[in-house]
Design a protein around this ligand. Structure first.
Ligand SMILES: [Zn+2]
Length: 256
């Protein structure tokens, strides 16, 4: 059994409700909630649909949020993750058949502490609330603000130092340490091109991936609802109440 479908640490912490795959109505509700939202808010919608407490998902570490999303993806569509990528060197289109295991990071390692430039720092993991708070700022400023937010204590020469007073290179030490403490927050895939042999690293965004799938599925579903509602005068609920197989047959009859 895939590790993602088992009761993991999230369930032990009471963060993971016992949720199954999305129903068609559920899928449309999630789609409606995420539609028109930016990618961060969409990721929160998906994590909540994946069993996270809607009131708490913004305060989960980003890796935990992505774990919930990936779990939902596996329950809805299975563990296979077909991807199309373009080789950055020879521009060949490559078809990849990844699995959820390929994009599940190793367990977090190490304590949430860092040392740099004579400073001893303790930090917490980055949450979606942090990312929302700094977005809109120029990239470098947003990065510094984000790192300052997650520093919980800084000490130099035995004296506490305010996070606002930390130099940029010291903050970068926190950034380096964060990657190992929350690897699921930034999944990187090692890819190589079958045509030219070029090797490169590509990020994998579970929320973006699942959203694209849900968006396509919701649009197909609504298209079918439209066709059958128009043909038979059924309501949306009546169309959805007809199972997918019978619905497909009706669609064939309508378009024949
Ligand atoms: Zn290539």
């Amino acid at each position: 059994m895939d590790a993602l479908t088992e009761a993991g640490p999230l369930a032990e912490e009471g963060l993971l409700a016992d949720v199954g795959p999305l129903t068609e109505e559920g899928l449309l509700a999630v789609w409606e909630a995420g539609r028109g939202q930016d990618p961060l808010r969409r990721a929160l919608v998906l994590a909540a649909a994946g069993g996270g407490d809607p009131a708490a998902v913004a305060d989960l570490a980003v890796g935990r949020r992505e774990e919930l999303v990936l779990g939902l993806r596996v329950r809805c569509f299975g563990p296979g993750l077909p991807c199309a990528v373009t080789c950055p060197s020879c521009r060949t289109e490559l078809e990849l058949e990844l699995t959820a295991a390929d994009v599940t990071a190793a367990a977090p390692e190490g304590e949430r502490v860092a040392r740099a430039g004579g400073f001893e720092l303790a930090f917490r993991l980055v949450t979606t609330r942090d990312l929302l708070a700094v977005r809109g700022a120029p990239r470098a400023a947003a990065r510094r603000a984000l790192l300052r937010r997650v520093v919980t204590s800084a000490v130099a020469d035995g004296l506490p130092v305010a996070a606002e007073a930390l130099p940029a290179d010291v903050l970068e030490a926190v950034a380096d340490a964060l990657a190992a403490r929350d690897p699921q927050a930034d999944v990187r895939l090692d890819l190589d091109c079958a045509e030219c042999g070029h090797a490169w690293t590509s990020p994998f965004d579970a929320s973006g991936y699942l959203w694209a799938e849900l968006d396509a599925q919701a649009r197909r579903l609504l298209h079918d609802v439209h066709a059958l509602a128009t043909a038979y005068g059924w309501t949306e609920a009546e169309v959805l109440a007809v199972g997918p197989e019978r619905r497909q047959l009706y669609l064939e009859l309508v378009t024949a």
